[in-house]
Write a protein that binds this ligand. Structure first.
Ligand SMILES: NC(=O)c1ccc[n+]([C@@H]2O[C@H](COP(=O)([O-])OP(=O)(O)OC[C@H]3O[C@@H](n4cnc5c(N)ncnc54)[C@H](OP(=O)(O)O)[C@@H]3O)[C@@H](O)[C@H]2O)c1
Length: 234
C-alpha cells in the first residue's frame, strides 16, 4: 500500500453490498469512455448520473439518444449525490476537479496520460510512476481505484459476458485500499468482466499505454499472469 488511507472513506460494508439499483454512480466526462461506461452501469442496474464541463442542460439531448436512463447533472451535484465516482475526462482537465469534493469517496480512475491530447504535464510525463499514483496524490482524501483504462471504449460493451462464460474477459481493478478495490470489483463483476484485483496503484504500469495489458483484451488468468510479473496481486 503506497499512500495514506483517507480517514473518512465513504465505503462501508452496506455500500459494498448494496443492490445495484441503490448504488448511485457519478460518471464525470460524457465523451467516448464516459458514455460507454455509463451505459454498462445502467445495463447492470446501477443509478447513473453523468456530467461534462458545463451546464447539464447541454447534455440532455445527447443522453436521450446515447445513454438513456442516465441523469445529466452539474459535476458538483453529481459527486455530492454519488456513492461512487468515475473520472472519465482527459487528464489535462483533472485540475478543474476540486480535491476537497472527492475527499472520502471511492473514485474510479479510467484515465490514461496521452500527450497528443493532454500535452506535456510534468508530473505524468516524468514516467517514474504510474499515472494513477499521481492522480491519488492529487486527490489525497479519495480512495482511487484504477479500472476500465486498459480497454477501448468501443470494446467495453461488446466484450461483456455473464459469469462463467468461456469468453469472459478480465479487467484489472487496482488500488491501495482493499475495501475500495472490493467495491469496484463487485461493479466490474456485475458489468460483465472478471475483476483482477491488484493491491497497489504503484503496480499499474502494465495497464498503461505501452504496457502489455493496454488494449490487449485478456482473460482474468492472462491478466493475473501479467500482474504477477509487475505488480502484487491481492
Ligand atoms: N477513448 C477510449 O477508448 C478510452 C478508454 C479508456 C480510458 N479512456 C480515458 O478516458 C478519458 C476520456 O477519454 P475520452 O476518449 O472519453 O475523451 P472525450 O471523448 O474527448 O470526452 C471527454 C469528456 O470529458 C469531459 N470533460 C472535460 N473537462 C471536464 C471537466 N472539467 N469536468 C467534467 N467533464 C469534463 C468533456 O466534456 P466537455 O465536452 O463539456 O468539455 C467530454 O465529455 C481519458 O483520460 C482517456 O484516457 C479512454
Amino acid at each position: 500500500m503506497s499512500s495514506t488511507p483517507p480517514s473518512t472513506l465513504h465505503v462501508s460494508s452496506s455500500t459494498a453490498d448494496a443492490a445495484p439499483d441503490t448504488l448511485h454512480v457519478a460518471v464525470i466526462g460524457a465523451g467516448k469512455a464516459g458514455t460507454a461506461i455509463a451505459r454498462s452501469l445502467l445495463d447492470a442496474g446501477y443509478r447513473v448520473s453523468i456530467s461534462a464541463s458545463g451546464d447539464p442542460s447541454r447534455l440532455e439531448l445527447m443522453i436521450d439518444f446515447v445513454t438513456p436512463g442516465a441523469e445529466p447533472k452539474w459535476t458538483h451535484d453529481a459527486v455530492t449525490d454519488a456513492d461512487l465516482v468515475v473520472l472519465a475526462l482527459p487528464l489535462h482537465r483533472l485540475k478543474n476537479i476540486d480535491p476537497a469534493h472527492l475527499a472520502g469517496r471511492v473514485v474510479i480512475d479510467t484515465m490514461n496520460y496521452w500527450p497528443p491530447v493532454d500535452g506535456e504535464i510534468p508530473a505524468f510525463a516524468a514516467g517514474d510512476r504510474p499515472s494513477s499514483e499521481v492522480v491519488q496524490e492529487m486527490f489525497p482524501g479519495a480512495a482511487v481505484v484504477k479500472t476500465f483504462s486498459h480497454t477501448g471504449y468501443h470494446h467495453l460493451e461488446p466484450d461483456r459476458r455473464p459469469a462463467g462464460h468461456p469468453e469472459r474477459l478480465g479487467l484489472a481493478v487496482a488500488g491501495d485500499q482493499r475495501d475500495a478495490v472490493a467495491l469496484v470489483s463487485s461493479v466490474v463483476e456485475r458489468i460483465g468482466y472478471d475483476p483482477v484485483p491488484v493491491d497497489s496503484l504503484a503496480g499499474t504500469g502494465f495497464l498503461q499505454p505501452g504496457g502489455p495489458a493496454f488494449g490487449a483484451r485478456l482473460t482474468a488468468a492472462e491478466l493475473r499472469g501479467l500482474a504477477a510479473v509487475t505488480a502484487p496481486v491481492a
